[in-house]
Ligand binder design. Structure first.
Ligand code: NAD
Ligand code: DAU
Length: 370
């Protein structure tokens, strides 16, 4: 039996990965560790915790004693490391937590894994998957070729720099200590359980509440949208069959600029309200409740400092070596995602209560219409 540690398993991608792993590999032992920061939510995992399909540990990856103890108790054969501070705007407002968790936390975990696998003599049979981002490669112009695994590192935000530093540490552990690690660098994920601070859920929720839709700058920035289910399947393929020491880029093949993404969200909501009269009574402040378009709420505001213009992923290595191709079409995936937020109002109301309002004031209060 394999024993698997998933860090950050109460976050957006982490929750999706836990469910995908449980469904795909029912006999593996799964241990989830998460510090339960503002970004975490354990509701979707509660049934799995209750029936002991997974073990959940509230804990910090920076806690060396805890990491050591978990490795001793559970004799992990596999680690999927997703725990991180993940929001670029928060890294601009307050970078320190990003250095602490993304760099020192990753270091603490690498050291615990190496010590445990060395003393058990299991380095050859173990796997450490470090989940990283395309932001480490910096920014592309519209005509540039997509990022490949050979693209130079040019991080532009404190978040991207902290992830780049963590990638370099992982590489150093492979080269120096022969830790059996692999790295994935993926593009922007979207789908169920994504925190409301990120572009797609933020725009859906603001539109439902009749609040302005704040597009940074002129909205021409391009992201390559990757459905979280496709991403989780790619992560499982890499940890199962990837070559140790290698990096694999994961992208959705869905490049869109922010103007188009927000427009599509508005059109999707307009259609949903036209088709379902109950939505108008549930969300009366939404323009679509009175037959108008959500597009009326779009507002171009002060740009993000150091805003990367374009990300695009060349995922041919993943397809060529491991036979995995992401396949969820963006229009269909976005439609499902909008529907998920319509169906899970309790979830996003919980995530947007309390301190989240302080974040909205801090990040949007100073932005003016441009
Ligand atoms: P998220 O912010 O939704 O979740 C991160 C989780 O990590 C949270 O549950 C949080 O509580 C936990 N965490 C934070 N600090 C911790 C600590 N010190 N110890 C233990 N747990 C801690 O992030 P996400 O979007 O799910 O991203 C997961 C991983 O994927 C991150 O490493 C991120 O850099 C990477 N990534 C995300 C995207 C994306 O589009 N979301 C794209 C590329 C890469
Ligand atoms: O590329 C992978 C990265 O994607 C991950 O590593 C990060 O963890 C993840 O947060 C995401 O980073 P982005 O900065 O691209 O995502 P975000 O959702 O914050 O923003 C997407 C785009 O939308 C970006 O160009 C900024 C813009 N934006 C975002 C917000 C929150 C707006 O125009 N308005 C907004 O209010």
């Amino acid at each position: 039996m394999r024993s698997v540690l998933i860090t950050g398993g109460a976050g957006f991608i982490g929750q999706n990965l836990v469910h995908a792993w449980r469904a795909g590999q029912p006999i593996d032992r799964l241990v989830v560790v998460d510090a339960m920061t503002y970004a975490a939510n354990v509701r979707s995992l509660e049934p799995l915790i209750a029936d002991r399909s997974i073990l959940f540990v509230k804990g910090d990856i920076k806690d060396a004693a805890l990491m050591r103890r978990l490795f001793e108790e559970h004799e992990f054969t596999h680690v999927a490391h997703l725990a991180a501070e993940s929001h670029v705007d928060r890294s601009i407002a307050d970078p320190e937590a990003f250095l602490q968790t993304n760099v020192l936390g990753t270091f603490t975990l690498l050291r615990a894994a190496l010590d445990a696998w060395r003393s058990a003599g299991t380095l050859d049979q173990s796997r450490f998957l470090h989940v990283s981002t395309d932001e480490v490669y910096g920014s592309l112009q519209l005509t540039d070729p997509a990022f490949s695994e050979a693209s130079p590192y040019r991080p532009n935000s404190p978040y991207a720099a902290s992830k780049a530093a963590s990638d370099h540490l992982v590489r150093a552990y492979v080269e120096t200590y022969r830790l059996p690690a692999l790295i994935t660098n993926c593009s922007n994920n979207y789908g169920s359980y994504q925190h409301p601070e990120k572009l797609i859920p933020l725009m859906i929720i603001h539109a439902l509440e009749g609040q302005s839709l704040p597009i940074y700058g002129d909205g021409s920035n391009v992201r390559d949208w990757l459905h979280v289910s496709d991403h989780c399947a790619a992560l499982m393929a890499v940890i199962e069959r990837g070559r140790v020491g290698e990096t694999y880029n994961v992208g959705g093949g869905n490049e869109r600029n922010n103007r188009d993404v927000v427009g599509l969200i508005c059109d999707t909501l307009d259609r949903a309200f036209a088709a379902d009269a109950n939505l108008a009574s549930r969300f009366p402040a939404c323009p679509a409740a009175s037959g108008n378009s959500c597009r009326a709420l779009i507002n171009f505001v002060t740009d993000r400092p150091g805003h990367d213009h374009r990300y695009a992923i060349d995922a041919r290595k993943l397809a060529g070596e491991l036979g995995y191709r992401c396949s969820i079409d963006f229009d269909a995936g976005l439609g499902q995602t909008v529907q998920w937020y319509l169906d899970h109002e309790d979830w996003w109301r919980e995530m947007t209560s309390g301190a989240y309002k302080d974040w909205i004031d801090k990040n949007y209060g100073f932005r003016i219409a441009v």
